[in-house]
Design a protein around this ligand. Structure first.
Ligand code: PLP
Length: 379
């Protein structure tokens, strides 16, 4: 007898339940007493009055949606202004805004790795880079994590175009890629370097100019950077920054650019306002980094295992996926929201709580966060 079309889904769901890996949606409450260390609002700008006012003003002027693909009606003057100011801030020649960082990564990898090319990808890269590699026409080699020598070896002997792709700050463990050494390895082989600076923009580099800036790669003609507007800038969207010829190439070849509706004007307006705020208040990134280091120091002093953060993300080891879920739920019940990473979101199968520091955390917030995470830790 034929089975019903989606019966196999139940078998998969059973396996997920048995492994403690079921995921569910929990609508976020609008609750000022809740301490949010789960989101990625690193500079505390998502609810900043200037940023939300800019979103409202942009929607009123340009409409709730951008109405079309960037190449048709989806490019407003706001998008162009955002691209100019973002590129200038990060020291890049040009920028191209996408509807998400995910779409920007897919665009950059697929457009810069043609048929016959080699892509060298770090083992802990973000899913959007991995998916970009899967969609690209080039051949991908995955190399051990944060290992420029392994990249050098992978590139050796390859004759055609080559692209090395990596995160600047890794989203799960919060550690950093040694970008300067990686760029040396790329240059020795004539390979392009694509850096996903989703967790670096607004947190690393002078005034938050990002990971490539702090590694001396800003404006380099062999380096392309992807940023998201949805973390430190508190908005939504993504962008690719790089040499003008790379950006022109993306405009003409990137499928997630031309088959996708342009970023909503409200998101573009909010990101632009956040960027201007960051330029006016360059101490915000330093405050975020200091809060992350304080969280790490206090949690490890209390006996928890956590990696020293390179930027805003503090990653705390949990003994199992089930324990991580319970731990996060206990924190939530105590009014502290933390992230919970389990397989397959973690590269090594080790589940973690993920705490994101913010520039606007007070000493009281830090004390409350540490007290809650330590008190609810699995014994
Ligand atoms: C490292 C990294 N790259 C890219 C993205 C995707 O960015 P966006 O959320 O804007 O699609 C994320 C978001 O989670 C990320 O952590």
């Amino acid at each position: 007898m034929p089975t019903a079309p989606f019966d196999w889904i139940e078998a998969q769901a059973r396996q997920r339940r048995a492994a403690g890996l079921v995921r569910t949606l929990r609508p976020r409450a609008h609750d000022a007493r809740r301490l949010d260390l789960a989101g990625n609002d690193y500079l505390g700008l998502a609810r900043h009055p200037e940023v939300t006012a800019a979103a409202g003003a942009a929607a009123r002027l340009w409409g709730a949606g951008s109405t079309g693909s960037r190449l048709v009606t989806g490019t407003t003057e706001l998008h162009t202004r955002l691209e100019h100011e973002l590129a200038a801030f990060c020291g890049a020649t040009a920028a191209l805004v996408f509807s998400s960082g995910y779409a920007a990564n897919l665009a950059a990898v697929t457009s810069l790795a043609p048929h016959g090319s080699l892509i060298v990808s770090d083992a802990d890269n973000h899913a959007s880079l991995i998916d970009g590699c899967r969609l690209a026409r080039g051949t991908t080699r995955v190399v051990p994590h944060a290992d420029p020598a392994a990249v050098r070896k992978a590139l050796a002997g390859h004759g055609g175009p080559a692209l090395v792709v990596c995160d600047s700050v890794f989203s799960v463990d919060g550690d950093a890629m040694p970008l300067a050494a990686l760029a040396d390895a790329c240059r020795a082989a004539g390979a392009g370097l694509l850096v996903d600076d989703a967790h670096g923009l607004g947190v690393l580099g002078d005034g938050g100019r990002g990971g490539p800036w702090s590694a001396g790669l800003a404006g380099a003609d062999d380096t392309v950077t992807v940023v998201t507007l949805s973390k430190a800038l508190g908005s939504q969207g993504g962008a690719v920054l790089g040499p003008a010829r790379v950006i022109d190439h993306l405009v003409n070849t990137a499928r997630t650019f031309f088959f996708d509706t342009g970023l909503a004007p409200a998101a573009a307006g909010a990101a632009l306002a956040a960027l201007r705020l960051l330029e006016r208040e360059p101490d915000r990134p330093e405050r975020t980094r200091a809060a992350a280091l304080a969280l790490h120091e206090r949690l490890t002093a209390a006996g928890l295992t956590a990696r020293r953060p390179a930027a805003a993300v503090v990653s705390v080891h949990a003994p199992s996926p089930e324990a991580a879920v319970r731990w996060a739920a206990d924190c939530r019940a105590a009014g502290v929201e933390v992230g919970c990473f389990r397989p397959p979101s973690v590269p090594d199968g080790v589940s973690r709580l993920r705490l994101a520091a913010r520039a606007d955390l007070t000493e009281h917030d830090l004390e409350r966060a540490v007290e809650t995470v330590v008190r609810t830790a699995p014994r």
